[in-house]
Design a protein around this ligand. Structure first.
Ligand code: ADP
Ligand code: GLC
Length: 489
């Protein structure tokens, strides 16, 4: 079975800002269950050190190009048998809070150094130079933070194969030329065929240009990113590499997100007892200070408050939405302008809107369970996990037909309802009017209990676990190992 080194900047439950953390926390154990020998490498952030359990310092990695010697702390991904290595360089990683941003929401000024160090350390582990008695056949890197890994490995005649997964093409890790210089990266990388992107250093391009295989997190997004509308300037490059690009739909952790066993819920439930959902709605309404109206549809929202997620569409739609019989529960953090607008909206309509600004894992579970409907009007969405959690919790999603949302949510039109495939409501234009029309359609379906139950059934009875997709990654690894042009010595 292939030996795979996962390199990532976040991993639940050690640290998480979004779906990347969920995926890097749940895919490795799923791969391990299939027999893949997978180990995870991540920075030793303060939060990760606090949550990782027992760790042992097992190696030192000297990075001459950066004048740094970092430690390797070994442990296990909590509640799994997956090996974990935390890269310990306190000057860069031992900070409180977010892995990418300081407390004012500005990117840490040394992010390029922090993630270049992660990449250089990964390369040394990949080359078996650290004394860990384990060498990967595949290095699987995730998002821009690890984009330099394939770029640094590519020129070596003997090396592991590389897989680079795009979780979000919009975040590219762009830095000025001076940063490229200060990182002591090979001169040969500074070209259009390398990591240069309009005179900037692009970490993302390192992954896209040099990885042996590129994956992204849904089949639809794999197509979209080859078009100018979604390609973020990299559609040409991705089109040129289409032969090695593949969309593999994310799975979810069926244990962490299981309405029958979720410890955050006041009343666990299954489809057979979906009426037990009501107790969760009631307790959520009380917790959020909303009137405990059992028949009024409660619409939930959980996510980063950024344009990607279409939060501005929701804000634009609010006046119209407030004319409808519904309540809204929002949990999110992100851009200050959106946080402020939500706070104001909740103050103006306290009986209808509750807004919790912040990051709260337990509340996220309680909204998924307690809401009737989940709103996800993203402008683009590589996969999206929240709609999958919603489907599993009998909370009917309303989504914009884009990326992974289009791959997973099946519209409640008459034909799909007739053949019992429908599991949500899908709208086509990223506009407030279209969003309102979709909400009205969902409310009409909600008023028909049998129809609503069939939407819930389609979501709750479907398998969104990693079963299929982890096997797709395993097959990809096998393909690479079997057809290897150069194996580690
Ligand atoms: P993205 O990765 O683009 O943010 P996903 O839908 O893939 O979007 O994943 C988001 C993950 O982050 C989900 O697990 C969601 O519950 C979680 N999340 C986002 N914002 C918050 C928040 N404010 N509090 C708790 N969990 C959050
Ligand atoms: C990104 C995307 C999201 C995806 C997640 C995990 O953050 O925005 O759509 O689900 O990564 O792959």
């Amino acid at each position: 079975m292939p030996r795979v080194l996962f390199v990532t900047s976040e991993c639940y439950p050690l640290i998480k800002t979004g779906g990347l953390g969920d995926v890097c926390g749940s895919l490795p154990p799923a791969l391990s269950a299939l027999g893949v020998d997978v180990r995870v490498l991540m920075p030793a952030y303060r939060a990760a050190l606090a949550h990782a359990g027992r760790l042992q310092r097992v190696a030192e990695i000297t990075i001459p190009e950066m004048g740094v010697t970092a430690g390797v702390l070994e442990g296990q991904l909590p509640d799994t048998h997956v090996g974990l290595w935390l890269l310990d360089w306190p000057a860069a990683y031992d900070r409180s809070g977010n892995p990418y941003l300081d407390s004012s929401g500005t990117p840490w000024s040394d992010n390029a150094q922090r993630f270049a160090l992660l990449a250089r350390a990964a390369v040394q582990i990949a080359n078996g130079r650290v004394g860990l008695a384990w060498q990967p056949e595949i290095v699987h890197a995730h998002d821009w933070q690890t984009g330099l890994v394939p770029a640094l490995l590519a020129p070596q005649p003997v090396r592991p194969a590389t897989v680079f997964t795009i979780h979000n093409l919009a975040y590219q890790g762009l830095f000025p030329y001076e940063t490229f210089r200060s990182l002591n990266l090979p001169d040969s990388l500074w070209s259009i065929g390398g990591v240069e992107f309009y005179s900037l250093l692009s970490f993302m391009k390192g992954g896209l240009t040099f990885a042996d295989r590129i994956t992204t997190v849904s089949p639809n997004y794999a197509h979209e990113i080859q078009t100018p509308a979604f390609g973020c300037g990299l559609d040409g490059l991705l089109g040129a590499r289409a032969d090695v690009l593949r969309g593999i739909l994310n799975g979810i952790d069926h244990e962490t997100w299981n309405p029958a066993t979720d410890p955050h819920l006041v009343q666990p439930f299954t489809f057979e007892h979906v009426e037990d959902k009501k107790a969760n709605k009631h307790s959520l309404q009380i917790q959020l200070g909303l009137p405990a109206a059992s028949t009024l549809p409660l619409i939930g929202w959980v996510g980063r408050l950024v344009e990607q997620k279409g939060i501005d569409l929701l804000l634009d739609a609010l006046p119209e939405l407030l004319r409808l019989p519904l309540q809204l529960a929002v949990l999110g953090s992100g851009e200050a302008r959106f946080e402020q607008a939500l706070r104001t909206a909740a103050l103006q309509a306290p009986d209808r809107i509750a807004a919790v600004i912040g990051y709260d894992e337990a509340l996220a579970h309680r909204i998924e369970a307690g809401a009737d409907i989940f709103l996800m009007p993203s402008r683009f969405e590589p996969c999206g996990l929240n709609q999958l959690y919603s489907l599993r919790y009998g909370t009917v999603p309303i989504v914009h037909r884009v990326g992974g949302l289009a791959d997973t949510v099946i519209d409640g039109n008459s034909e799909n309802l007739r053949n019992q495939r429908a599991n949500g409501v899908v709208f086509d234009a990223p506009e407030a009017d279209a969003l309102c029309a979709a909400v009205k359609r969902a409310l009409a379906l909600y008023r028909e209990p049998t129809v609503w139950r069939s939407l819930q059934r389609a979501g709750m009875e479907h398998d969104y676990s990693w079963r299929h997709s982890a096997a797709a990654y395993r097959d990809l690894y096998r393909e690479l190992v079997d057809g290897r042009m150069a194996r580690p010595a």
